[in-house]
Design a protein around this ligand. Structure first.
Ligand code: SF4
Length: 264
């Protein structure tokens, strides 16, 4: 068991080296105070980042402090975050959070979490209604550079394909497994590089395995490459006579292989 963990740690370290070569070095910079980052992460639940950012910006423009948000009429808070959806529920949860932090800590700040072990900080945040492991991990990583790895769908896909986690692992399990595998101080770089890789190359369909530096360590990618010739830009869309049926056949064949590989 211990040697399997050591092997996976080496694999994660190698992955980080290769991803850095592909996309460049990443250095952590604070996204702001913990409470600010947490509120934005809460607003991003069940909506896209653009809406979350707009809702957050409108809230901050309307209220100059978290104390004012806490003491406002719930309808006034709700109005500013309407764009995020489920605004009344979010407004109630936000005010409950602020009141609880104030009561427990005497001030509206989460700075004390910077000194807590990641497991304790996660337990504190997830005890609030509506804060799950991913929201907690995003807050701890982006505000405090904590040793946690938030896992979204894209990062989960990369981790499954590289066999860093079980093929059927969900995001919470993947986060529990992956966070201790990442070297101290490298969680931010690992998260942001895996996020970018999932968007640019390790896509759900037609991943660009032929041009992926991780191919040497990726069982899923090696199976894809074995059964699918490199896709040339424009071939599928151009529909040139004589080429299109072959490429479409290859595409469907590889999709079947990919599905079986993911299900293993
Ligand atoms: S080789 Fe393919 S499946 Fe594997 S990580 Fe790279 S893009 Fe993803």
């Amino acid at each position: 068991m211990a040697s399997r963990v050591a092997e996976k740690k080496l694999k994660v370290r190698r992955m980080l080296v290769l991803l850095t070569r592909m996309y460049g070095r990443r250095t952590w910079t604070s996204r702001g105070p913990g409470l600010d980052v947490l509120v934005e992460a809460m607003l991003a639940q069940n909506t896209n980042m653009a809406n979350a950012r707009r809702g957050y910006a409108m809230l901050r423009r309307r209220f100059s402090s978290w104390t004012k948000v806490m003491n406002a009429q719930v309808a006034d808070v709700q109005r500013e975050i309407t764009i995020c959806g489920l605004a009344r529920m979010r407004a109630h949860r936000l005010q409950d959070l602020l009141r609880t932090v104030k009561r427990q800590r005497g001030r509206l700040s989460l700075d004390f979490l910077a000194d807590e072990p990641p497991a304790d900080a996660t337990a504190y945040l997830t005890a609030f209604h509506g804060i799950g492991p991913k929201t907690a991990a995003v807050t701890l990583l982006f505000a405090f550079d904590a040793a946690v790895l938030p896992v979204d769908n894209g990062i989960l896909r990369v981790a499954r394909r590289l066999r860093l986690v079980r093929p059927k692992a969900r995001d919470a399990e993947a986060e529990r497994v992956l966070s201790p595998l990442v070297a101290e101080g490298r969680h931010y770089a690992t998260h942001t590089l895996m996020f970018r890789h999932a968007k640019e190359r390790c896509r759900p369909r037609n991943p660009k395995c032929h041009e992926c530096a991780l191919l040497e360590m990726c069982p899923w990618g090696r199976r894809v490459v074995k059964h699918k010739p490199p896709e040339r830009e424009g071939d599928v869309e151009s529909g040139r006579r004589g080429r299109r049926p072959i490429l479409l056949l290859a595409k469907h064949a590889s999709a079947g292989i990919a599905k079986r590989a993911e299900a293993e």
